[in-house]
Design a protein around this ligand. Structure first.
Ligand SMILES: *Cc1c(COP(=O)(O)O)cnc(C)c1O
Length: 394
């Protein structure tokens, strides 16, 4: 029955792509990698909790899997789904977003030059400064919104240009197309951390990026119950081969169960993300009009510095926003302590709305204002969220 096996590619390694790319994202999220199981006709891909796979009498591996660190059916299914949703040719999944970025940085050699956005997830800039800079890799941190700074920083021997847009936690927007053009003119590889936008709202490869990084921990998992990461490639370059080599030999890989949970989350991601964006827009407008809020950072606000570029490169503005509470850190923290529904916790992208005073968790020298609260809009009813904010901001 061809209908059953039409998308049954997740069980076979390296099966060529064909008609996947014409599907809409909502359909890809449900069908790519989600083959009907050949053994028991289960509609959901079973969880293959096996570390090892039997060889044939001729010494070959009948389904291509040898050992679960190299590949396993659940990880291949997830990788296939993500590469299709991002419009890439290959994907490697990792045990966390940080492990994905760590692997990318491990492809660098002493003396390599890297240009990085100065506003990005602080855990990643910490890895660069504490682990990789001492190995002789040079990182230059710049404001990627300023194309003059980009022009000045990228050299003819720059290996990577690393962008996060929207960025964390100030929700700034970088022009992916413009930075890609400048970078490519000098032979540099462009990497975009697309975690906050998700492939639903933004596709960096279509805008010129070479590699896309995700913390699947956030909107893909979508329920604050897993850690995961991924890198998607536009082309299978030498650096890509090295990424896959480090993934398989280094082993910072997700378990089959976590891959399965991530795929379960991805199936509803587009509906969650669109609803969260819609609520974030309304909440940003509400907060912007509040007398105890000094500033709202959200690209959906026409007054936001990133609004015009976000409108061009994103199909929605996302579910993450930040705002500055009037007064200092103690005023901001007091607001979080008064909230009843919105939970004081790090991370974002889950069904529960979360709020976090970022300054107190980030490293010394952070650019994050001390009165900034990052707000991950969840899937609660917006009226309940506004009631909670209203009483806490009084
Ligand atoms: C969370 C996050 C990461 C790190 O992912 P982990 O799964 O926590 O390791 C990287 N980049 C961005 C933008 C993130 O939000």
């Amino acid at each position: 029955m061809p209908a059953l096996s039409r998308y049954g590619k997740s069980l076979t390694l390296y099966f060529p792509q064909n008609d996947h790319d014409t599907m809409k994202k909502e359909t890809q999220a449900i069908h790519i990698g989600q083959a009907v199981d050949k053994a028991f006709a289960a509609v959901n891909v079973p969880i293959y909790m096996s570390s090892t796979y039997e060889r044939d009498l001729d010494g070959n591996y009948p389904q291509g899997h040898i050992y679960s660190r190299y590949s396993n059916p659940n990880r291949v299914a997830l990788e296939e789904c993500l590469q299709t949703m991002e419009g890439g040719v290959a994907c490697a999944a990792f045990s966390s977003g940080s492990a994905a970025m760590m692997t990318l940085l491990q492809t660098l050699l002493p003396g390599d030059h890297v240009v990085v956005s100065d506003i990005l997830y602080f855990g990643i800039s910490e890895l660069m400064k504490k682990i990789f800079a001492p190995l002789g890799i040079e990182f230059v941190f710049i404001d990627m919104r300023d194309l003059n700074q980009v022009e000045a920083a990228i050299r003819n021997d720059t290996k990577l240009v690393i962008i996060e847009t929207p960025s964390n936690p100030q929700i700034t927007i970088t022009d992916i197309k413009a930075v890609s053009e400048i970078s490519h003119a000098r032979g540099a590889t462009v990497v975009v951390d697309n975690t906050i936008a998700t492939p639903i709202l933004q596709n960096p490869i279509a805008l010129g990026a070479d590699l896309v990084v995700h913390a699947t921990t956030k909107y893909m998992g979508g329920h604050s119950d897993i850690l995961g990461g991924a890198i998607i490639a536009k082309e299978e370059t030498e650096r890509w081969e090295k990424i896959v080599y480090i993934q398989r030999m280094g082993g910072a890989v997700p378990s089959p169960f976590e891959c399965w949970l991530t795929m379960r989350g991805i199936q509803t991601m587009s509906y969650r993300v669109k609803q969260m964006s819609n609520h974030a827009q309304q909440l940003a407008q509400y907060l912007a009009g509040h007398k105890n809020v000094a500033q709202v950072m959200y690209p959906g606000l026409p007054s936001d510095a990133g609004h015009e570029i976000a409108k061009q490169q994103m199909s929605g503005f996302g579910g993450l926003l930040s705002f500055l509470v009037k007064g200092g850190a103690e005023h901001a923290i007091a607001v979080t302590n008064k909230l009843n529904l919105i939970t004081r916790a790090t991370s974002f992208g889950g069904t529960h709305s979360l709020i976090e005073h970022r300054f107190s968790v980030e490293a010394e020298g952070t650019l994050t204002p001390e009165n900034l609260l990052r707000f991950s809009v969840g899937l609660e009813h917006i009226d309940d969220l506004i009631v909670d904010l209203e009483q806490a901001l009084k």
